[in-house]
Design a protein around this ligand. Structure first.
Ligand code: DHB
Length: 454
């Protein structure tokens, strides 16, 4: 009811300079609650209390997305950890929604966890003619939701000091940002302006499925990995091959600049990267074999009887590239380089007029555009690799998964993220699960075994 009223108010204000609607306070009302039942895939019923459509900022710019839903299964108490699932995908807006028996939200309730499903603005959210969710707005909304839970921790069931975030793809990126940038001062002025609660926004653990991160370096990593397929299954034309080779040529310097280390302390470089990557792929293929999954002979998995001994990378990458087509170079910042195709990332870094922009030095040099300080700061805010080098309160526990045939971003992206976290001493459970593409919330037994063990 309140939401409908606010929506009408926001719509009525579209002709004014500001569309922001102010709501009073951020105090949780424990009396506005409905009992609901979720039927799990096995027929089991989970009964829970639902608290929905709760604004998490006082200056509401977009009433469709700046709310959270909060669910409390029977038996949960003040000490119960809170599973915090964002449905951001494609860097688009995601409204708060109800638990789903088929994903980690339903499973979390069944396991007895308190559940929060926050909404967030994204590149496509709009009020009137104004785009409301260009970078960094999605992460601001999610941080504001975390702050709301802390602000009301005494009156809300669940323990806001035990928030476990979860998301897939762009949502995995959001989860990694929540985990890497807790209480970072870079976000503070924005959160204050939104009327977020004056609280901490660090979290306890981050679950990241196929996080689409390190956007400004992802083009280079992608070409280094997949250029071996350019004239084969990828089928690039001459111009595309030239761009691919130029980007690939920038990889070694970038990888060196990260200063990452292998477990034995050896620097991780472009030279030893393939071997490092193979260790994860071999582990993944071995588990699949051990669990009895079929393993075709012609996809580059080298084995002796039931033991995986090597990965023939060109063959394996051609297999990955063949299961769903690769992105053309530049994969993330393509606008204006060889076509006018606008990626979600070009739009993410555009502004409230709906513009799209280039955000990498390579693509900017092709199109004659610039990365000014304001854009650079927004790029930084969206990158967990940046935050891991900054003053912030990081999550201590990380669960990162990227499918072994997911080609939405290069394997180095999640591998570098996991490695940087391990190098910095955080607890990281990382794998490239076999035969998984670009997807999330799978192998929930593994995930909840990990969460229950925290
Ligand atoms: C997502 C996928 C992409 O390939 C991408 O570039 C950005 C986001 C997604 O699924 O969220």
């Amino acid at each position: 009811m309140k939401k409908i009223f606010l929506f009408a108010l926001a719509a009525g204000l579209t002709a004014c300079a500001t569309r922001t609607t102010t709501i009073e306070g951020l105090t949780f009302d424990p009396t506005v609650c409905t009992e609901k039942t979720l039927t799990m895939p096995n027929g089991e019923s989970v009964v829970y209390d639902a608290y929905e459509d709760i604004y998490f900022v006082t200056n509401v710019e977009d009433s469709t997305y700046q709310t959270l839903n909060f669910y409390v299964p029977k038996g949960a108490g003040q000490d119960t950890p809170i599973f915090f699932r964002t449905y951001v995908g494609g860097f688009m807006a995601a409204a708060a929604c109800e638990p789903n028996p088929h994903d980690a939200t339903g499973r979390a309730l069944k396991e007895g966890y308190v559940l929060c499903i926050p909404g967030a603005r994204g590149w496509n959210s709009k009020v009137g003619e104004t785009f409301t969710g260009r970078a960094p707005d999605s992460i601001l909304d999610l941080k504001a939701a975390v702050r709301y839970l802390r602000h009301n921790d005494k009156v809300m069931p669940g323990d806001a000091e035990k928030i476990i975030t979860d998301g897939t793809s762009a949502g995995g990126a959001m989860s990694s940002l929540l985990g890497s940038s807790g209480n970072s001062e870079i976000f503070e002025p924005y959160l204050q302006a939104m009327g977020a609660a004056p609280e901490r926004d660090d979290i306890y653990a981050a679950v990241c499925y196929c996080p689409i991160v390190d956007l400004e370096h992802a083009d280079v990593m992608y070409e280094w990995l997949y250029a071996c397929t350019n004239t084969g299954v990828r089928g690039l034309n001459e111009d595309q091959i030239r761009v691919s080779e130029e980007l690939k040529g920038m990889y070694a310097d970038y990888q060196d600049s990260l200063g990452l280390k292998l477990p034995d302390g050896t620097p991780l470089t472009a030279e030893n990267y393939t071997d490092y990557l193979k260790t994860f792929l071999i582990q993944s293929a071995q588990r699949a074999l051990d669990e009895g999954y079929p393993m075709p002979r012609n996809i580059g998995v080298v084995r002796r009887r039931q033991t995986v001994t090597d990965i023939d990378m060109p063959a394996y990458l051609s297999y990955v590239a063949g299961t769903t087509s690769l992105k053309n170079p530049p994969a993330f910042d393509p606008m204006g380089v060889l076509s006018d195709f606008q990626s979600p990332e070009n739009l993410l870094f555009g502004d409230s007029t709906g513009s799209a922009v280039n955000f990498t030095p390579y693509s900017c040099s092709c199109t004659g555009s610039q990365i000014d300080n304001a854009l650079q700061e927004r790029i930084n805010m969206m990158n967990p690799m940046f935050h891991l080098d900054q003053q912030s309160d990081k999550a201590q526990h990380w669960y990162i998964r990227h499918g072994a045939r997911d080609r939405d971003t290069a394997f180095q992206v999640p591998v570098n993220l996991a490695t940087k976290l391990m190098n910095q001493g955080y607890e990281v459970d990382f794998a490239l699960p076999w035969n998984r593409g670009h997807e999330g919330d799978y192998n929930l037994n593994d995930l909840f075994y990990w969460i229950n063990s925290l």
